[in-house]
Design a protein around this ligand. Structure first.
Ligand code: IVH
Length: 717
């Protein structure tokens, strides 16, 4: 390297300029190695020395400070991870169906929803469900411009450079393709390519890959597209997102179009018109499964006509017009070595089976869930016997079942192999972590005993507190890089007041507490200077956060991501939400009614939220947190342009142009609430022929009434 050892005072202007150019490039390279590849070449101290030298030279020659000078870079180094892409249309998942009977119900449900159709027959497509990862390929003016993973369905990762290395994906489309098209489908790795890759790994004495799906996912999420290129990924097109002009009016026609445009499509996709035919094809594909060169985990049925798909619409995360009929799960026998009790964020005691390792459907399983204590005892959710009442004991030979990505479970025991001395398992009645009583609540509504035993320790239980923190920093909550499980446990255990993190607000005061401390985090093993700086940057970056992430991070029981999003959209700001939840604590009145009227929020969830806001310690944590963090306001999404948004509607009598289900789904999609009975709160009663007491009641109360045609005219459809 250039003049490294020469004192800065002795450098000429030309030498200084040269060295600044060198340092800019060199520091950028080290940033990339550190941040992007997790593979630094130099120590933190050496990195700092380079930076210092850059600063010194700049101080002496201010006129030479470069555009790309390392001293000008503020905050975190540019992230070399994948950019986020907001999907033009969300990427949804599919509902599952697990038996022939359920599949028939799916078909019958579609007929029921749509009611009488002029031609009496609805066509469906059936095709394999590919076990890969979904991908959205966006073409503008017939050129591939972006490729994104599904992510959380709303936002995915931009993997365009990697996708361009897959030869079977067209880079350009033919002239007849519309200006904007998003072709969606599945990226996968062929079983034969996977086997060849593993043979190569074995020959080199390197660890083997687990299965084609995970390997495909890992291969795609490589920062270096050359790695992706070497992995031979493949693609099947089966769906679409935004599209500026529809080239077909059926599912089948769309896939045929994709094929004509040069996309690979699955040859086993066919069109049928009855449940019997769909099931016949399902069993045909099931028989073919071992001979296919790609993993599949079921068969997807879709309503063929796109106009009917539009009428059927969506539930919150999946279309009503499709379902995935899954293949039965795979099972294997193994020995139950022990039962561990894990304590979760909400205090639930979950029994986890420790197993003699066993391969189930190509994956090595060492742990499996045992659900709860009744399950171990041989009792189902309503106290009825399961497994003909057989209980599960340590030492038993058990049957492990694994289906797709679901956690493996123990489904049965082999009684003939039970040791005589085996004793019934005694489920603990105290928390194995904090020793508090662990109890089974009685459900207020049903009067039944809850299946789950919970630690009553709350905030004093270390396990609950730690799990809370882990949840708080997790990917869909605050997503703080550098605060993984290991670090959370370290900070939680620390007794040093300048280091400890016991509740979420402590995360945000850490840097301030550290500034005045003698025990510096950077001197503690596992934390270097650069990693501490990165951690503080990651924390600072979250001082402003999307409202739904904030709500989700609070870890309120039953409030998952979807519910958090609903709440954020309904209340708009944290001030509004927090105040309303405290007010709703009376379990009646406007705030409580408003909460319950949110589509997708039932009473159990509503109760859990107001319970959370009744606990003074929770209020204190939230108040402290708000001193440090600002939740951004969310866009309130009521379909405000719809004339029925926010109105309560009752349908009565018979409807002639649509079925009751369809009317309800349509009204709800326009932001209305559909109720079953008429009260003072009802805004509109839609009455068809044969309407009786509900219509009378509406007139009595002076509620607006209309017939089906007037309703359709009102909603413009
Ligand atoms: S259709 C709106 N068809 O399964 C519905 N999905 O569980 C879009 N998948 O995220 C999905 N094979 O990644 C569809 N033939 C197929 C599929 C398929 C695999 C995946 C897809 C989706 C997931 C849903």
């Amino acid at each position: 390297m250039l003049n490294e050892n020469r004192p800065v005072e002795q450098l000429s202007e030309v030498e200084a300029a040269e060295e600044l150019a060198f340092l800019a490039a060199e520091l950028a390279r080290h940033d990339a190695l550190y941040h992007g590849q997790d593979a630094p070449e130099i120590s933190d101290a050496d990195y700092d020395a380079l930076k210092r030298r850059n600063d010194l030279i700049e101080q002496r020659f201010p006129a030479l400070v470069r555009e790309d000078s390392p001293s000008r870079k503020v905050g975190a180094a540019p992230s070399l991870t994948f950019q986020a892409v907001v999907h033009a249309r969300p990427m949804l998942s599919l509902d599952n169906t697990f038996s022939d009977e359920d599949a028939r119900d799916f078909v019958a449900g579609i007929y029921r929803f749509l009611g009488k159709l002029p031609d009496h027959s609805i066509a469906f497509t059936a095709e394999p469900k590919i076990d890969g990862l979904s991908m959205s390929l966006r073409y503008e003016n017939r050129r591939l411009v972006a490729a994104a993973t599904r992510g959380d369905g709303t936002t995915g990762e931009n993997v365009t450079a990697n996708i361009r290395t897959i030869r079977m994906i067209p880079q350009t489309l033919l002239a007849d393709a519309p200006d904007v098209v998003e072709v969606r489908g599945e990226i996968y790795m062929a079983k034969s390519d996977f086997a060849a890759l593993n043979a190569e790994m074995a020959a080199q004495g390197r660890p083997l890959y687990v299965n084609p799906r995970n390997t495909a996912s890992g291969s795609l999420r490589q920062l270096d597209a050359k790695v992706t290129a070497s992995r031979k990924l493949r693609f099947f097109a089966y769906a679409w997102g935004e599209i500026s002009a529809m080239p077909a009016d059926t599912q089948f026609g769309m896939v045929e179009t994709f094929k004509a445009w040069g996309f690979p499509v699955n040859p086993l996709m066919q069109r049928f018109s009855s449940a019997d035919e769909l099931l016949e094809h399902y069993h045909h594909i099931e028989r073919e499964r071992p001979d296919l060169d790609y993993d599949i985990d079921g068969v997807v049925y879709k309503v063929d006509r796109l106009d009917l798909q539009a009428r059927l619409g969506f539930r919150s995360r999946s279309p009503r017009w499709a379902t995935a009929h899954k293949f039965p799960a795979e099972q294997a026998f193994t020995r139950l070595k022990g039962i561990d009790i894990q304590v979760g964020r909400t205090g639930a005691l979950t029994p986890v089976a420790r197993l003699e390792p066993i391969t189930v459907g190509g994956v090595v399983v060492t742990n499996a869930t045992l659900h709860n204590e009744d399950y171990i005892r041989g009792l189902g959710n309503s106290g009825e016997p399961i497994r003909e009442g057989r209980d599960i004991r340590i030492g038993d030979m058990v049957i492990v079942q694994r289906a797709g990505d679901v956690i493996p479970q123990i489904v049965d025991v082999v009684m003939d192999e039970r040791a005589e001395a085996a004793e019934p398992y005694r489920f603990p009645t105290t928390c194995p972590v904090c020793g508090s009583h662990a109890v089974r609540d009685i459900n207020e509504k049903t009067g039944k005993v809850d299946a789950v035993r919970r630690c009553t320790g709350g905030f004093v239980c270390r396990a609950q507190a730690v799990e809370h923190l882990k949840h708080f920093v997790s990917r869909h909550a605050f997503d703080i890089e550098g605060l993984g499980s290991k670090q959370i446990e370290f900070f939680f255990e620390s007794d040093d007041p300048t280091l400890s993190i016991r509740t979420a607000p402590d995360i945000f005061t850490l840097e301030r507490r550290q500034a005045a401390s003698l025990t510096k985090l950077e001197n503690i093993e596992g934390f270097g200077k650069v990693s501490v700086r990165k951690l503080y940057e990651a924390i600072t970056a979250r001082r402003s956060i999307a409202l739904h992430r904030f709500i989700y991070a609070l870890g309120i029981r039953h409030v998952g991501e979807t519910t958090a999003k609903l709440l954020a959209r309904s209340y708009g700001t944290y001030e509004h939400f927090g105040a309303a939840m405290v007010e709703a604590g009376s379990l009646n009145g406007d705030a409580w009614n408003e909460l319950n009227s949110i589509e997708g929020i039932g009473e159990v969830v509503a109760r859990a939220i107001v319970e959370f806001y009744k606990e003074p310690r929770n209020l204190k944590v939230v108040a402290d947190l708000l001193e440090e963090v600002t939740p951004e306001s969310a866009e309130i999404r009521v379909a405000t342009d719809s004339p029925v948004a926010g109105k309560t509607v009752v349908f009565t009598g018979s409807l002639e142009k649509m079925t009751r289900d369809e009317a309800k789904a349509k009204a709800e999609s326009l932001g209305a609430k559909v109720a079953g009975s008429v009260s003072k709160k009802t805004d509109i009663v839609v009455a068809g022929p044969g309407a009786g007491s509900k219509l009378d009641k509406a007139r009595e109360l002076g509620v607006q009434t209309m017939d089906e045609d007037e309703w359709l005219a009102l909603i413009g459809g």
